[in-house]
Ligand binder design. Structure first.
Ligand code: CDP
Ligand code: MG
Length: 754
């Protein structure tokens, strides 16, 4: 049942269904039918957008719209009515008729499981109801979201509904971005951020209510929060705990939380017609685009918007290109199609676009990751196109390899996706797979993340919260013990834990950084090599998820040349990133410089923000900011101190082999070292596309491994002896044995403590 790695090329999940076969998109079928489409006039567009801008601006600035906006009367009344309309809209949500009952139930029970269809108003309304009922007098209301975009956009929405400025009474907190203040009473945050708050404030004393929202998503952090808040609720009888979820798994949540009552919010659902394809299809991207365009040209635009589920930013950008290209081919006579991408790292200023009402005569096509499955509700969707895939983390605890794989979704996800089309009226869902696929290849539910991820990060957090015995932690679904052991092993190797499984001083420092333990370790180690200044710049650059380098299709040669400037001397990708950052800094953070060098300004600004925060954290863990920019060896050794488990050695055939793992890997084509092929490298991460690639690669000297991590590498691992049977060090079987032996003893020690 291993899914194909490259579904766009390999899987066979699509063929046209009879109903839409009739309308294959060809230019010939796309004759303009004027009665269906109204071209919107430029004048109208201008007025319209102006007004929307004003309303947004006034709400964002916290102009209480029932006070006097200092502008002309038409704008005044627009703003007033916009605020009034938001209030009216709140009352139309399914949850509104249960407001009092819900508040009563929360009053009567300490822990309540709330289930309600996506879009019923749980996330935006419940915290407001609690505020209106006076809970915020006793403390903040915290509401967790698995996704950062959801936390931001929901907070923005709620601040509008309350007529306050975002960041004041209503705020959000996500990694590297805190948009809250002393005034904040409704705080939306990622589940990971609340987990971190436990480190600082173990009793969450400043909160009166914690709402663990989107509980069905079962992210790693949400699962860890379950254990922590369950414990906390016993300890703090005054704390209200709400676990909210979109219909699934309610009984399971209730059972876990000592039979907490379940409050159901009946949703409104219109019928959704589901269409399957008759036979599998090779290219779901193409199929999705064709289907969308077909809907667009055959159905009147006022009819409803389209939502396509794709697996990630790259696919979304490709689909956007494909749609634009084909639309151009269709001429000017078809109605306007507004393309709205939404994915985790979409820049904030573009996020609002998907919620803007579709102008008359046009249609929106939303290209979304599974963020739109339950986290975000976009009004007006009538057509859903579901290729049946999502990107999922998968982890092999035996090899310690973690990768993001494009994987078939579960039946539960498929049904959520279909449901998105039937919120405001009857909908249609086009599944780009066969009914047989659905029945036989899709699991009932998505496997919780905790069972398919590297746990080193959360284990470190839990240890720093003071959870000593992880074997005893109250998991809703426990992770595989192998994965837990592997995490302990990794933290031990990084010297974050001692032989007894206790947090060391290094580990305590590492836990302060909201980064992967290996990266945190590199920062902590830079103290020794006197180059913390350089390492936090590199760490910040590595933490920017969007690409730093800009490579427009028509200027690829220029862009590549510009990029290679930073790689001069085969310094490796880490140092190249440092050079980019430092050069930008030298120009006083010039935007023009970024343009000239094909660097994405936005990514750089983000890196600067992250770097500022890391600098603050350095101070907290008492590491001096010291710069050693010319000592490349010091910088590389710091990196190696964190990433030594990610070392690889060149093989005769030109590929690499992980030193401690029986795994063939290659240098990613985007790396500056892809031609140089150094004999030994350390890499930041593995990505799996057509092959297993190492991304962000730096050359190292093998003796560093023994010097830096003598407990992990012995001379025989790094010796050159081509006569050996296992040229890459310890044989896999021995390796595993080694791990188990080590952990048998760690476990015993843990038991001793508990
Ligand atoms: O949490 P739940 O799925 O139950 O619903 P919600 O997120 O509270 O959404 C309630 C309504 O608010 C929906 O009609 C959304 O379209 C709207 N909303 C919005 O317009 N903008 C946002 N950023 C979030 C929600
Ligand atoms: Mg919600």
């Amino acid at each position: 049942s291993q899914p194909d790695r490259n579904p766009a090329g390999k899987t066979n999940l699509f063929a046209e269904q009879k109903a839409w076969e009739e309308h294959q998109i060809t230019k010939a079928t796309l004759k303009f039918r004027s009665k269906n489409r109204k071209q919107r006039s430029e004048d109208y567009q201008f007025v319209f957008e102006d007004q929307i801008e004003f309303i947004k601006a006034s709400l964002m600035d916290g102009v209480k719209v029932d006070q006097e906006p200092p502008t002309e009367s038409i704008e005044k009344s627009m703003a007033k009515s916009a605020f009034g309309k938001l209030q009216e809209d709140r009352k139309t949500l399914p949850i509104y008729s249960y407001r009092d009952e819900l508040l009563q139930a929360i009053n009567d029970h300490q822990v309540l499981v709330i289930v309600g269809e996506t879009g019923s108003g749980k996330t935006t309304q419940i915290p407001q109801y609690l505020h209106e009922a006076g809970y915020t007098k006793r403390g903040k209301i915290g509401c967790t979201q698995p996704r950062r975009v959801a936390a931001m956009s929901v907070a923005a929405r709620v601040s509008q509904e309350m007529g306050v400025k975002l960041g004041n009474e209503v705020g959000y907190s996500i990694r590297f971005e805190d948009c809250t203040s002393g005034k904040t009473i409704l705080k939306y945050m990622t589940d990971g951020m609340l987990l971190r708050e436990f480190v600082g404030e173990a009793d969450l004393a400043s909160y009166s209510v914690i709402m663990v929202d989107e509980a069905h998503e079962r992210t790693l952090s949400t699962d860890m929060l379950f254990g922590l808040v369950k414990d906390l609720a016993r300890f703090r009888p005054d704390l209200k705990l709400l676990i909210s979820s979109a219909t699934l798994d309610a009984e399971k949540f209730s059972d876990y939380f000592d039979c907490a009552p379940i409050f159901k919010i009946p949703g409104r659902r219109f019928p959704v017609e589901i269409h399957y394809t008759k036979a599998p299809e090779a290219d779901y991207m193409d199929a999705a685009v064709v289907t969308a365009l077909q809907i667009h040209v055959t159905q009147p635009p006022g009819d409803g918007d389209i939502l396509i589920f794709l697996t990630g930013q790259e696919e979304i950008e490709t689909a956007e290109e494909m749609i634009k290209h084909r639309i151009r081919g269709l001429g000017t006579k078809i109605a306007e199609l507004i393309i709205c991408p939404i994915y985790a790292n979409l820049p904030t200023e573009l996020q609002a676009k998907i919620f803007e009402p579709t102008p008359e005569g046009a249609r929106k096509v939303v290209l979304a990751t599974n963020i739109a499955e339950t986290s975000l509700t976009i009004d007006g969707i009538k057509y859903v196109i579901d290729p049946g895939f999502s990107k999922m983390k998968s982890y092999n605890p035996r090899t310690g390899m973690e990768s993001l794989l494009v994987t078939p979704i579960s039946k539960a996800s498929a049904n959520q996706r279909a449901g998105r089309s039937g919120r405001t009226g009857p909908g249609k869902c086009f599944r780009l797979y066969t009914a047989h696929n659905y029945m036989n290849d899709f699991k009932d539910n998505t496997v919780p993340e905790i069972q398919r991820t590297n746990l080193a990060n959360v284990v470190l957090s839990l240890k720093s919260i003071g959870i000593i015995d992880l074997m005893d932690f109250d998991f809703m679904d426990p992770p595989p013990s192998e994965a837990l052991l592997q995490a302990l092993e990794q933290l031990f190797a990084l010297a974050a834990l001692n032989q007894l499984g206790e947090l060391t001083t290094t580990g305590r420092r590492m836990a302060e950084f909201p980064l992967d333990p290996m990266l945190s370790k590199a920062i902590v180690a830079s103290d020794k090599y006197k180059c913390s200044d350089e390492i936090i710049s590199i760490a910040a650059m590595l933490s920017v998820v969007n690409s730093i380098f800009y490579r427009p299709k028509d200027k690829q040669v220029h862009a590549d040349n510009a990029r290679m400037n930073f790689h001069m001397g085969n310094v490796g990708d880490h140092i190249a990133l440092l050079k980019v950052y430092n050069s930008w800094k030298e120009t006083n953070f010039s935007t023009q410089w970024c343009y000239e060098n094909y660097i994405q300004v936005r990514s750089m600004k983000r890196a600067r923000d992250i770097r500022d925060q890391l600098e603050g954290l350095l101070e907290r863990v008492e590491i001096e900011l010291s710069s050693n920019v010319n000592d490349l060896e010091a910088i590389k050794k710091s990196i190696t101190s964190g990433f030594f488990p990610h070392s690889a050695r060149l093989q005769k055939n030109g590929s690499y082999r992980a030193v401690k793992r029986p795994q063939a890997v290659n240098i990613h084509p985007s790396s500056g070292l892809v031609q140089a092929l150094p004999r030994w490298v350390v890499y930041h991460e593995l990505v799996l596309t057509s092959k297993e690639y190492m991304r962000q690669v730096t050359e190292l000297k093998p003796e560093w491994l023994v010097e830096i991590a003598p407990h992990y590498y012995q001379l025989k691992d790094v010796e050159d002896s081509s006569s050996k049977k296992m040229p890459c060090g310890i044989a896999p079987a021995e390796d595993l044995e080694f791990t188990y032996n080590r952990f048998r003893s760690v476990n015993l020690s843990l038991d001793g403590i508990a």
